[in-house]
Write a protein that binds this ligand. Structure first.
Ligand SMILES: [Zn+2]
Length: 556
């Protein structure tokens, strides 16, 4: 019987054969095992005789990452497997120390500063180890990359509850597994971004959770290098390019939701810095109440969703949740009887029943040009990502004066300030006054984590602060701590704090006669407008957030 070649990958082959042949395979496996044992015994003896160490390489757990020190094709050709590493000390399984390719590779490793510790391994053992490696790569491509959730969430859940453990774990697993763990970690903590920031001694990993960056852990440059390579590989960046910024993306599934990761890199003196943005395709728009609109602000915004023409503007700085509110308003306004077209940069949520288009500055499809094209498509409602210049503002105002509802955003600090901003842009007051219907100014505050927050007695100074802002200070306010549930941040989820200015007939007249912001503000107050600060203090008194969070977002 020819025994020589039947043994390679014995254990792996069994699965591939169908049940009818089980008996046959069992016999083959038995033969293979006998042959393997025989080979291992004789290799062990040979090693002893030549004064070398011996390793049963097929039974030695090897980290595929060690094969990154040596290219897999080179390793196969040289019949060498690096199976363990301790700093620069490399443990290698070698089939034949006299093989010219083997000698060349060992010399090459030496020249790279590695200290080679060689053990003799059998031919069948080497074959099987390479086979296991190939299989593990195939398995990963199918199972792990395509479906992180099913294959790994159970395994990683524990580590991810504790980020320190995750950092340790990352040091020992393959780069691909490490990246998967970081992805799952980002999902579990509801992080929107993961930042990798190389410094002189280590690489700091920070997660942006509810808009705030948190240092999660630091990685050694060695470990980060492998993860960086994996990131670039996954997001189809050029691996050999390290001195210019690059962009890429990759996707994975998490709890049956497809997550797209936008990766960008920039070179720094200590290596490439990466930022990964996690974009979920699961875009449930929230109701206005769920977003955090209350009382008078809610009532005014709800009224605005009933209009048939005019401009609704949502204002605030970057990251104040403007788009989210815009989509929620649009969700309420859209119906089968009206046509909704959007012009966005970029399209952030996919909305059913809405024609969404994306601006392309390079091709001249700008907000201003795009808006003109859109108006020829006979829309009832137009959502414009942002008003950035006079041309766009003019076209938008024109549209809202000719029977369209126009929704857009603007970077201003408060609702009233939006009016002089538009005028300063160059929009004539006789255009501003009739076109404006409602202006929302907003910020996002983090909700205090219900699982770990405690109550504390409100001190005198804080009570005075409430009073100064026209809100009755409560006897007790919430204090944030941190637990496993909130990834130790003390907070979970976010809430809008807002002011809603209804541009009434009186205010329109004031705009026309060039009234100051102060006068307009007073008129709005008389008409019952609650300010963003009042809304924020109210939400602290309701125990939804903390005074510290209010100070962080709104200022003292
Ligand atoms: Zn908590």
């Amino acid at each position: 019987m020819e025994l020589k070649n039947q043994n390679s990958g014995g254990g792996v082959q069994i699965k591939a054969v169908d049940e009818k042949n089980t008996k046959n395979v069992a016999v083959q496996t038995q033969v293979s095992n006998i042959n393997r044992e025989f080979q291992e015994k004789s290799t062990e003896k040979l090693a002893k005789d030549s004064g070398l160490n011996y390793v049963d390489i097929a039974k030695t757990p090897l980290n595929p990452d060690f094969l990154k020190i040596v290219d897999i094709a080179v390793a196969k050709n040289a019949r060498v497997i690096p199976y363990y590493r301790q700093g620069k000390v490399l443990y290698l399984a070698v089939e034949d120390v006299k093989n010219a390719n083997t000698i060349a590779l060992l010399e090459d490793l030496k020249s790279k500063g590695y200290e080679n510790i060689i053990s003799l391994a059998s031919k069948s053992g080497m074959d099987e180890a390479f086979e296991i490696y190939d299989q593990s790569q195939k398995y990963k491509k199918i199972e792990v990359v395509e479906n992180v959730e099913k294959s790994s969430i159970g395994t990683y859940e524990k580590e991810i509850a504790n980020m320190t453990d995750l950092a340790k774990k990352i040091e020992t697993v393959t780069a691909q597994e490490a990246l998967n763990m970081l992805d799952v970690g980002a999902m579990k903590t509801s992080a929107s971004d993961v930042h990798y920031e190389p410094g002189e001694h280590s690489v700091v990993v920070r997660f942006r959770i509810d808009g705030v960056l948190h240092k999660v852990f630091a990685l050694s440059h060695d470990v980060f290098h492998r993860i960086g390579e994996q990131l670039k590989y996954a997001s189809k960046m050029r691996l050999n390019v390290v001195t210019i910024p690059q962009d890429g993306r990759y996707t994975f599934n998490f709890n049956e939701v497809k997550i797209a990761v936008r990766v960008s890199s920039i070179p720094t003196p200590f290596g490439e810095s990466f930022v990964c943005r996690y974009l979920s395709s699961d875009n449930k728009t929230l109701g206005l109440e769920e977003l955090g609109f209350q009382d008078e602000a809610l009532a005014k915004l709800k009224r605005a969703t009933q209009i048939s023409q005019g401009m609704i503007l949502i204002t605030g700085p970057t990251g104040s949740g403007k788009s989210t509110t815009l989509y929620s308003v649009l969700q309420i306004m859209k119906s089968e009887e009206n046509k909704v077209i959007t012009l966005e940069d970029p399209v952030e949520y996919q909305m059913e029943g809405v024609v969404q288009s994306q601006i392309d500055e390079v091709k001249g499809y700008t907000f201003a040009n795009g808006l003109r094209s859109i108006l020829r498509q006979d829309p009832d409602i137009v959502m414009l990502g942002e008003i950035r210049d006079l041309k766009t503002a003019e076209t938008a105002a024109q549209a809202s004066l000719t029977g369209h509802v126009l929704l857009s955003t603007l970077h201003t600090n408060d609702a009233v300030e939006t009016i002089p901003r538009l005028v300063n842009m160059g929009l004539k007051p006789f255009m501003v006054a009739p076109s404006l219907d409602t202006i929302v100014a907003q910020r996002l505050v983090r909700k205090v984590c219900e699982a770990c927050a405690t109550k504390k007695v409100t001190d005198e100074a804080t009570l005075q602060e409430f009073k100064d802002h026209g809100v009755n200070g409560p006897a007790e306010i919430m204090e944030a701590h941190g637990c496993e549930k909130c990834s130790n941040t003390g907070y979970g989820g976010r809430l809008v704090v807002a002011e809603v200015l209804e541009v009434t007939k009186d205010i329109k007249e004031m705009i026309l006669r060039g009234a100051s912001s102060g006068e307009i503000f007073d008129a709005a107050r008389k008409a019952g407008m609650k300010t963003m600060k009042e809304d924020a203090y109210t939400k602290v008194s309701q125990g939804l957030t903390t005074i510290e969070e209010l100070h962080r977002v709104i200022g003292v």
